[in-house]
Design a protein around this ligand. Structure first.
Ligand SMILES: Nc1ncnc2c1ncn2[C@@H]1O[C@H](COP(=O)(O)OP(=O)(O)OP(=O)(O)O)[C@@H](O)[C@H]1O
Length: 877
């Protein structure tokens, strides 16, 4: 990046700093501006929409330059960070007026996407995770932290898929790596827009030892050390608020891969990626930013342990049963600011007076919160209540020291209360008396001179002065008045008395602001001592906030408390999809039952398009997730097992991650489920196979169902357009047909959205044709053809299994299809022949054959095929 410049001493200094931060935009402070030079300026001026100018314009090698005013710098930094860049901020380390020679400059902070701390508005409820990654013994050690809250976690993952899942779950924007990482993984991060930061050496500081002391595995220690080293190098300030690293095991939680989370729209909707219309959006009635972040974490990791789940639900029940206490609790929580991030700012030294007042106000709510919980008189809150430490000592300190409405700046005074420090009070007295004295002097001077508009003013350059308009100058006795400044209409003077008082006042003022800053820093340091107490409190408050949020939504949307079975029985009565229901209204939504047990592990769902098949499937998945988060669920009654994993293949979403074809993604997701699911898992397959040619897809679908049925035994909802598959009910004992019905009403096809036993009536296409007014004879003929096709299709069932073999092998070696004795090739060909039986030579034959050749079977449903054949048949007859 370095460019040849004929270097002035300043550019030399600039270049020396820039060389240390080649991968960051260097914001170089020059007076009231931060300047960017060379390549930084060229690229920066585009990204920030700044005017590109030149330094040393007339020299042979002018230097490209652009700049931003110092007071607005944060906005510009944020823009670059949001786009995934790093920014090094280089400050003037001495007053240019006092500096001898070049002003000393240093980089005081390196802002990166993963270490950005200023989150406001909607973002306050998001965590910003910086991740580090190390490969050791063929495993992936991962550590992550949110610098603004101090949370620090680590885990060792034994395969790449789990790692990628975890990375996507964390929505990390920056990953710190050493040289153990393989290129393909780095490429993957690049494609994902994750910034890669290399950290060569790991420093074993006392901070690192402290933070890693609870870890057992050497790779976890290694990766946390890497992360902390990177933070030390980039942040250049105290990391006192980092919490000791906690090892976690993803298998302690309900496992869902990122496809499933995406498909189920847990935190981001598929359409715009926003929160609106997601489960998170529905469940979020939290009152604090900490609660909002914890809710998201719980949603990302629902529990497996029944006792812990029921522990949460007990509390939700109590809060649900006590409306008044709950609304009081909400009122108190609303007044609690982001304790975690305030603690972070205290540790960072970036806290100001207003932050400390927010901290005080927040802490003052804690005794009230405890009181409310006590009044519930229920043992379920005992543990939580004990941990709600009101930090009275800190409240006392802040109450005595920090002014109620302090300014933002901590260096200009006005932050510390009167009577906190005797010395400060003295200075303040002097300042106050001085001001009164000045007012008195002004009155006196007016009287003495008879100049009524004479006034005493102050400015930073000339200090106190007596101002007299030019018209009145002749009234001034010239003995005591010393001229200081001449303006257009007036002159400014000083007198010996004014000078004397001025010295006293200004000294008091300087000393007072310096002392105030000192006192403020002391208070801040005392609060810093209690950071871990603050963080513990923040966690408990967040938990309480999420629980009250669950109680609120459970009441608003009529959720009920589920019970759990060990027997793999699942009985949901009148279940609903909470988000769809919210959009359409409780009255409109048609509730549905789900009944499964070890004898009915698979529900094969048929029904016309738009009838509600995928809504039914999603609703079960969301119910399971909500239940294992500890929330209540949208149903009238719910009894369910605790699931270990959820797999989904829903909707036609293409792979966002690697841009693969829909069908490939479909097969990969299906394969993932088949390989990893257990009998305690939930699988949702929505129209598997529709991405390929009709018979191909149908055969695959059947083979997959058989595999799940014979090997996996997971609870599976399988929706399909392939009506032919419904005959499987006769041969697969654990499979049951259900369908979503529709009826004709006043000449229109009405979807009932009601799931009922048995297979769907498959003649909806013909039904629609009837509604469209087609002639009776045509409809009759269509029905005949349909019947014929059905019987032929049924006779082909076995052969389809063979046809799928080669496909299935590609999908997964795990899929071990039952082999038939017959020759698959011969049968398949026979079936194709049977389907498209050639007719005697006819003038239309060529035309039909031509159309057939060009037909895109991939995009056709069986009904489309039927219609097409009907058309050809008409032609050929
Ligand atoms: N239980 C229900 N009560 C009321 N409306 C519902 C219900 N289920 C689904 N719907 C409505 O029907 C629409 C279609 O539902 P869904 O997408 O689940 O149908 P589908 O059968 O999966 O369709 P396709 O086969 O075309 O994918 C939904 O957007 C919703 O508006």
């Amino acid at each position: 990046m370095a460019q040849a410049t004929k270097e002035t001493p300043m550019m030399k200094q600039y270049q020396a700093v820039k060389d240390q931060y080649p991968d960051a935009f260097l914001f170089y402070r020059l007076g009231d501006f931060y300047e960017l030079f060379n390549d930084d300026a060229i690229k920066g001026s585009q990204l920030l929409e700044l005017t590109l100018t030149q330094r040393n314009k007339n020299s042979q090698t002018p230097i490209p330059m652009c700049g931003v005013p110092h007071h607005a710098v944060q906005n510009y930094i944020d823009i670059l960070i949001d786009q995934g860049y790093k920014v090094a901020v280089c400050e003037q380390m001495e007053d240019p007026k006092l500096a001898k020679g070049m002003v000393k400059r240093e980089v005081t902070r390196l802002v990166t996407p993963g270490t950005q701390m200023d989150m406001s508005g909607e973002q306050a409820k998001d965590n910003n995770y910086l991740t580090a990654l190390v490969i050791e013994d063929q495993s992936y050690a991962l550590a992550y932290t949110d610098l603004s809250t101090g949370e620090l976690k680590t885990s060792v993952l034994d395969n790449r898929d789990s790692l990628i899942n975890e990375m996507i779950n964390l929505r990390t924007k920056e990953v710190v790596v050493d040289d153990t990482l393989e290129d393909s993984l780095l490429n993957f991060f690049n494609e994902q827009g994750i910034l890669i930061s290399h950290q060569g050496e790991t420093v074993q500081s006392s901070e690192v030892s402290y933070l890693t002391q609870d870890l057992d595995s050497s790779s976890e220690v290694k990766v946390v050390s890497l992360l902390v080293t990177y933070l030390t190098v980039t942040q250049k300030r105290s990391l006192a608020h980092l919490q000791r690293a906690v090892a976690y095991e993803p298998s302690y939680f309900l496992k869902m891969d990122h496809y499933s989370k995406y498909n189920l729209e847990l935190t981001n909707n598929i359409r715009s990626g926003k929160k609106q219309g997601t489960l998170l959006w529905l469940l979020d009635e939290t009152k604090t930013a900490m609660g909002g972040r914890l809710l998201k974490q719980w949603l990302d990791r629902p529990l497996l342990d029944r006792k812990s789940i029921e522990g949460r639900q007990d509390k939700v029940q109590e809060l649900l049963d006590h409306y008044f206490e709950r609304s009081n609790l909400q009122d108190e929580l609303t007044k609690v600011y982001d304790l975690e991030r305030l603690a972070g700012r205290v540790a960072y030294g970036s806290v100001n007076g207003r932050d400390l007042i927010q901290l005080k106000t927040s802490l003052q709510q804690i005794p009230k919160v405890r009181y409310i919980l006590e009044s519930l008189n229920s043992p379920v809150f005992d543990e939580l209540m004990k941990q709600l430490d009101p930090l009275e000592d800190i409240v006392g300190l802040l109450d005595q020291s920090i002014a109620e409405e302090p300014p933002i700046s901590v260096t200009d005074g006005g932050v510390i209360k009167d009577h906190y420090n005797d010395r400060l009070d003295e200075y303040r007295d002097a300042m106050k008396n001085g001001k009164q004295w000045i007012a008195k002097l002004e009155a006196q001077e007016r009287q003495n001179t008879g100049i009524n508009n004479l006034k005493i003013g102050f400015n930073h350059v000339f200090g106190y002065y007596i101002e007299v308009t030019k018209a009145n100058l002749d009234k001034l006795p010239d003995d005591r008045y010393e001229r200081k400044q001449t303006l257009t209409n007036a002159e400014r003077f000083s007198t010996p008395e004014l000078k004397e008082k001025e010295t006293l006042i200004l000294e008091a003022q300087d000393k007072s602001t310096a002392l105030e800053y000192q006192l403020f820093a002391d208070v801040r340091d005392q609060v810093k001592e209690s950071i871990d107490r603050l963080q513990r409190l923040a966690k408990r408050v967040a938990e309480l906030d999420v629980l009250q949020s669950f109680a609120v939504v459970s009441e608003t949307y009529h959720f009920i408390r589920p019970t759990y079975t060990k027997s793999h029985d699942l009985e949901i009565t009148e279940g609903r999809h909470p988000v769809v229901e919210k959009f359409m209204g409780h009255q409109e939504y048609v509730p549905n039952d789900v009944s499964m047990n070890p004898k009915t592990n698979i529900l094969l769902i048929t029904g016309p398009n738009m009838s509600g098949k995928s809504t039914y499937m999603r609703q079960l998945a969301l119910t399971v997730i909500m239940s294992q988060m500890g929330c209540f669920v949208p149903a009238k009654k719910a009894k369910m097992p605790i699931f270990d994993q959820i797999f989904t293949r829903i909707g036609a979403a293409d792979d966002l991650i690697s841009g693969q074809s829909t069908f490939m993604v479909e097969m990969q997701e299906a394969n993932n489920a088949l390989v990893h699911a257990s009998e305690n898992s939930l699988i949702l397959f929505d129209e598997i196979g529709r991405g390929t040619a009709t018979y191909d897809g149908m055969a695959l679908a059947q083979a997959i169902i058989e595999f799940v049925h014979n090997r996996v035994h997971a609870k599976t909802l399988f929706s399909t357009h392939y009506h032919e598959l419904t005959v499987l009910e006769d041969t697969l004992a654990e499979l049951k047909n259900v369908h979503v019905g529709a009826v004709e009403k006043n000449g229109e096809l009405v979807f009932l959205h009601k799931v009922e036993d048995g297979a769907a009536d498959q003649s909806y296409g013909i039904h629609v044709a009837k509604l469209a007014g087609m002639p009776e004879t045509l409809l009759k003929r269509a029905n005949e053809i349909l019947t014929g096709l059905e019987s032929r299709a049924a006779s082909l069932d076995n052969q389809q299994v063979h046809h799928v073999e080669s496909q299935a092998e590609n999908v997964s070696r795990e899929i071990d299809l039952e082999k038939s004795d017959e020759d698959p090739k011969g049968k398949t060909e026979a079936s194709q022949l049977a389907l498209f039986d050639p007719v005697d030579v006819d003038p239309n034959v060529d035309q039909v054959l031509d159309q057939l050749k060009r037909l895109n079977l991939m995009s056709m449903t069986p009904m489309d095929v039927m219609n097409k054949m009907y058309e050809w048949q008409q032609k050929l007859q």
